[in-house]
Design a protein around this ligand. Sequence first.
Ligand code: NOJ
Length: 591
Amino acid sequence: MSTPTPSSPAPAETTAATAPGSTAATGPAAAGSDAVELTADPTWWRQAVVYQIYPRSFADGSGDGIGDLRGIISRIPYLRRLGVDAVWLSPFYPSALADGGYDVDDYRDVDPRIGTLEEFDEMSRALHEAGIRLIVDIVPNHSSNRHAWFREALAAGPGSPERERYIFRDGLGEHGELPPADWTSAFGGPAWTRVEDGQWYLHTFAREQPDFNWDHPEVREDFLTTLRFWSDRGVDGFRVDVAQCLAKHLAEDLPSSAELAEMPQDGTHPLVDRDEVHEIYAEWRRVFEEYTPPRTAVAEAWVSSPERRAKYASPRGLGQAFNFDLLTADFEADAFRRIVTDNLRQSATTGSSSTWVLSNHDVVRHATRYGLPPLQGREVKQGAEWIIAGGPEEGIDRELGLRRARAATLFELALPGSAYLYQGEELGLHEVAEIPDEQRQDPAFWRTTAEDRSFDGLGRDGTRVPLPWTREGSSFGFGTDGAHLPQPAWFADVSVEAEDGDPASTLTLYREALRLRRTLQGAEELTWDEEHSTGDVLALVRPGGWTSITNFGDAPVPLPAGEVLLSSAPLEDGPDGAPLLPGATTAWLRR
Ligand code: NOJ
């Protein structure tokens, strides 16, 4: 490839989301063994790269096939070398695993299969010494049916104060034999379950996940205690599960599901995104502010518009909210540009920073998603807040999917705001489709019918298969005694061992991208380079001339002049020797 010649960018439209006092992300300065001093910077989260760990599938230190805190501790050097600013731990609490740990028995303990509180403290300390912050998942909409309060509620019977902490109702019909309403749970099947004495309780998700009554002062108080419990143990922030569902208004006569579906989700809906939910988060904010730096939070809130989402990101509330728009979009220049512009504008109005997500534990990995036929209408099962699109083997172009995924990741990492990465995406992992039915764990698989599953979806287990660390060995180095979900033979070639040191590997690309991002990241500003953003191409410029250009199409296009810092695939030589940006490729330049 010939050496590109310098020229000046042609900026036009500027989309800025700069908050006063915001700075580049701070975190581990360099890979190595020396302890890193974390700063008290209250804005550390604004442009952080956060790595999501699904604890049961990350690394198994005890050899029982289930990932654990020991495993995480042993992999901190890996996380540090990767260059992330924070980790977010999905639930690690005691749980019967009816929903992968999102059914919590005790909010202030660690599942004995995963570790102990002492190990949690050790992990928190070790992460901090490596310059990595710690965010934990908090699940406030529902507990598990094994939670002490739910057991007390069952024992105490109808009309008791113990039942008031949950949502119990008498049934309809002559003997109360019909549910109080015909609502469907997010995992399929009824949203009301009858208990022995004849009453029914509400569960938005699995029947093992009874919804709390957030009008109850003890529920409110107990979560404040939980927030302090983990904050006192050094947790830096919280990821708030189904943040939009806590506040509910259940009148005497419940609406039917058809009526519910017709109701606007504008703050007045009985079950979703009610305005008063923000009173809860204002209380949480007061707890966050008791600490230095203040604890942070990010809302998982599937709501009807970016405007509604902004309320969760208010600095008087949780402070940040997931934006899942990229994750539900096809790999298209127009879609990506619209999403970025809208979300930066939105975050500028709240004073928050935007968030970007391409994969997580609920959706098909983006390397696979981008190899499927265009998503269009049938792509997502969004109402239920996860995407089921596992898809049949035919129709998947895995090579193209990974190529696009690498390009999309570089695009994402060039944006202002925080990037949430999901474990294994740095290896370019594909979704694992080949899990025998009898080994599947996801209630979304077991409780929906084949007809219900969009695109022959297989549920969420395929994105939760334990990570491959080595080419060989029991469970590819995940642990010493197998893995709780079966790993496919092709994991050998995408293991950390196989990719480490390979200049062409996805792991090397992520490491290099995160290293560069740390040096390039400046104010939260983005300018579209109109001259080069045409057709299938999108070029953006960040302060200091950091340019990211993505070719979403198939045919190569000329690369703007500048110093090439990184590209998601090798560049090509044009006929005149000038470099070309091939299809499905992103390049970072300094201009
Ligand atoms: C969202 C979580 O991400 C998902 O995994 C879980 O099943 C539901 N909330 C219910 O807690």
